[in-house]
Design a protein around this ligand. Structure first.
Ligand code: SF4
Ligand code: SF4
Length: 374
């Protein structure tokens, strides 16, 4: 397995295995409101914000249409076998939006016109606390669900979580459970018990460590975590210390990556420089799109703020997204090329798996795997 320094790194791309196929990830932040108020949750786009109203239904549908239209343009250049998209719906808490049942229906209705052109799988990330009646309707429009278990929730909502989880099992819907491992002494045992219960019941689940100040685990807790994590994964967890940012970076989707076009040696962690991949050429714009319905803004992805002009910020807003997408469509038709980004950001999280290279020429070689046009 190659383990190289950042200086020797020239390219990063996903490993070429059917299970790790890199399609287009559409991230749709539906609302920032949440019916929980977990103490480890950031206030804002990375967590929840109950001071912000739910976006109106019409605004949500307008953004959904924009996200589909952008994806349709990006798909124009892709090879047929790679025309796959995932629509990830989340919040705050998406199902807490009072019209989420109608929004789930809209994801089906609005996709009709694209159906023969590309494939889509919808995934809902949720704390799983919709009413049972709404839940049944919602998940009938999803291909998969990620259920996050939060020990700080009230028992009444935890009971709903369990009933909704059972429904997914009953209807054989694809799902996974994420158990947030909150180290607070009042909640730790329940985290362990729930993670074990998932394992004992053969539910696809994974415990998640919390970062930030609240995610400091003591010696005993680290020993208990060894039941769920490999020694490599726990390597950077030090008793009483916040989780550290490593000089290595994994794909957040757990996708194996290849460096320097060495396809026989995929790896889970790749080196990154002190300034991330700043100055590299990157195709993240061809694999991601992120819409934040609360602000009405679109970005390359949840973490990547790089735009086609090399500056950082939103690529468009709800009023300009139509013309942004149309301009891109014309550019691809007129030039036969798809634009790529010059990275101007000093950190790269979600987006690590996007094909990237130190030079535009090296990235162009990689993109021949994905695109019919250059
Ligand atoms: S359920 Fe999720 S979004 Fe809501 S407060 Fe907890 S961590 Fe934040
Ligand atoms: S921050 Fe964005 S442009 Fe830079 S390497 Fe990561 S995904 Fe690519």
């Amino acid at each position: 397995m190659p383990c190289m320094s950042f200086d020797k790194l020239k390219t990063i791309e996903p490993a070429y295995h059917p299970s790790a196929k890199l399609g287009v990830l559409i991230d749709w932040l539906v609302t920032l409101k949440c019916n929980y108020d977990c103490s480890y949750c950031d206030i804002g786009e990375r967590g929840h914000d109950n001071s912000k109203p739910h976006p109106k239904y019409e605004k949500c549908v307008a953004m959904l249409k924009h996200l589909y239209a952008y994806t349709d343009v990006v798909m124009m250049s892709k090879k047929e076998r790679l025309k796959d998209a995932i629509l990830n719906m989340y919040g705050g808490e998406a199902v807490f939006h009072p019209e989420f049942v109608k929004l789930a229906e809209a994801t089906t209705r609005e996709f009709e016109k694209y159906k023969g052109r590309w494939r889509m799988r919808r995934r809902l990330t949720t704390n799983g606390t919709a009413t049972e009646k709404n839940w049944k309707k919602i998940v009938s429009h999803m291909e998969g669900v990620t259920m996050s278990y939060h020990t700080q929730g009230p028992q009444k909502l935890k009971n709903l979580f369990l009933a909704n989880l059972q429904h997914l099992v009953d209807i054989k819907k694809e799902f996974d459970v994420v158990v947030l491992m909150y180290p607070h002494p009042d909640y730790w045992q329940e985290c362990l018990d729930f993670a074990r219960w998932c394992n004992e019941n053969n539910l696809r689940s994974r415990p998640r460590l919390l970062d930030g100040g609240i995610g400091a685990y003591n010696e005993t807790q680290i020993q208990e975590l060894a039941e769920f994590f490999s020694s490599d994964e726990l390597d950077s967890v030090r008793p009483g210390e916040k989780l550290t940012v490593s000089k290595m970076r994994a794909c957040c989707g757990g996708r194996p990556l290849c460096t320097n076009r060495e396809f026989k040696s995929p790896q889970m962690l790749v080196p990154r420089g002190p300034e991330g991949y700043k100055g590299w050429t990157c195709a993240a714009n061809q694999f991601f799109i992120f819409g934040n319905t609360t602000t009405g803004m679109y970005y390359t992805n949840k973490d990547c703020r790089v735009r086609l002009d090399g500056k950082l910020g939103p690529i468009a807003n709800i009023d300009t997204m139509d013309s942004y997408t149309e301009k891109l469509r014309q550019q691809i038709i007129d030039t036969g090329t798809v634009p790529v980004l010059t990275c101007g950001q000093t950190h790269c999280h979600c987006g690590t798996c996007a094909p990237k290279a130190r030079t535009p020429e090296a990235l162009a070689q990689i993109m021949k795997v994905y695109n019919t046009v250059s």
